[in-house]
Design a protein around this ligand. Structure first.
Ligand code: AHG
Ligand code: MN
Ligand code: MN
Length: 354
């Protein structure tokens, strides 16, 4: 017989500590210094944006003006969804009241958005992908938001934001919000990677996984194989390898955040390589690849372009793209070995011809 009244401590095991996000950030920094307070307040604002976006997504099919396209094309040359715009504005509006952020740079905006009233004291810049995987929205499949925090360097009086053209090692923190069966916020401020689950009845993100470590190797490879004939031979050879060896399984949702989240917990590799038409790939360094690279390194994994660590890449423009290979150390190295092998063969052929 099923016990209709299980003991409370089973049902609410997680409630014992009930560590909220803001408490966690302060604990991580072990101080109430102004910097720690700033980061804690910033994370709270990001959490608020996540809650607002999650709330709208949860009722998307019931409300007017949530699903579908706006009819516009963004700076990336991609069609814009109504949720892309809504989520982009949510981040702006929560940070308008924060005082700490002077600039927001988003995948959906050609230029950074300045909040002039915050600039005299606003020492931080928020970089974000408001909705990642927006093609999933209309079919009620998981999407996410990705963010990174950087310190503003210099005055940026001309509004060029040229200080953002630095490597991902300049990130002070990064994370994502996953809007799945539950809403989760995963973040790092350089002291491990921690996941929080939104308890809708409390309206709070509660700590659910602390110090996440990605397995050294995992079974999953996550890539859009529809691009097979567009790839370099090295990536084709890698996929042939996993097809022919036991122990691999494919998972690809069309939203990087969801695919990354699975790999973070279960191990494996996500790839978005360059293609013949787009050798730089699709994913944007500042809003997608670098924040997730920061997380995976903190979790003991790796992120690479194939020839360079993602966190060492210096972008030439804020919307720059890079190929991305990210996940368990061993699996990222395996993909890189196919790239190195192909480069060696090409070089040998060149030498033989000359
Ligand atoms: P976005 O919705 O922010 O433009 O990002 C979509 C990205 C990423 O989430 C996903 O992994 C990838 O694009 C999917 O692209 P394909 O449809 O080309 O596989
Ligand atoms: Mn994206
Ligand atoms: Mn997006």
């Amino acid at each position: 017989m099923v016990d209709a009244y299980p003991p409370l401590d089973h049902e609410y095991a997680l409630d014992r500590d009930c560590t909220t996000l803001s408490r966690h950030v302060l604990q991580q920094l072990q101080s109430f210094s102004p910097d720690a307070q700033d980061l804690s307040a910033l994370m709270n604002r990001i959490a608020l944006a996540g809650k607002l976006i999650a709330r709208r997504l949860s009722r998307a099919g019931l409300m007017e003006g949530v699903l579908g396209f706006t009819g516009d094309v963004n700076v990336q040359g991609e069609t814009v969804k109504k949720m892309d715009i809504y989520a982009n504005e949510v981040f702006i509006s929560v940070f308008k009241q924060s005082g700490m952020v002077c600039r927001l740079a988003s995948e959906e905006m050609e230029k950074p958005y300045y909040i002039p009233e915050n600039c005299p004291i606003g020492r931080y810049t928020l970089l974000y992908d408001p909705i990642d995987g927006s093609s999933n929205i209309d079919t009620n499949i998981n999407v996410g938001s990705i963010f990174a925090i950087r310190q503003q360097e210099g005055e940026d009086l001309e509004g060029t934001a040229s200080d953002l053209l630095q490597s991902g090692r300049k990130q002070l923190g990064a994370g994502y919000i996953l809007y799945g069966p539950s809403t989760m916020l995963v973040y790092s401020i350089g002291r491990g990677v921690h996941a929080f689950t939104l308890d809708p009845s409390l309206g709070e993100f509660i700590l659910s996984n602390e110090n996440i470590q990605v397995p050294e190797h995992g079974p999953i490879y996550s890539v859009n194989e529809g691009n097979f004939w567009q790839w370099d031979e090295s990536i084709r050879n890698y996929t042939r390898y996993v097809h022919r060896h036991e122990g691999y399984t494919a998972r690809y949702s069309g939203a990087l955040v969801g695919d990354f989240h699975r790999i973070l917990f279960q191990g494996g590799v996500f790839l978005y390589p360059g293609t013949l038409k787009k050798p730089e790939g699709k994913l944007r360094l500042l809003y997608e690849s670098a924040p997730l690279a920061y997380l995976i390194e903190q979790a003991g994994g790796r992120a690479s372009t194939g020839t360079q660590d993602i966190l060492d890449v210096i972008p030439d423009k804020i919307h720059a793209r890079t190929p991305l290979i990210i996940g368990s150390k061993e699996d990222v190295s395996l993909v890189e070995s196919f790239i190195q092998e192909e480069a060696r063969e090409k070089e040998e052929k060149l030498i033989a011809r000359s």
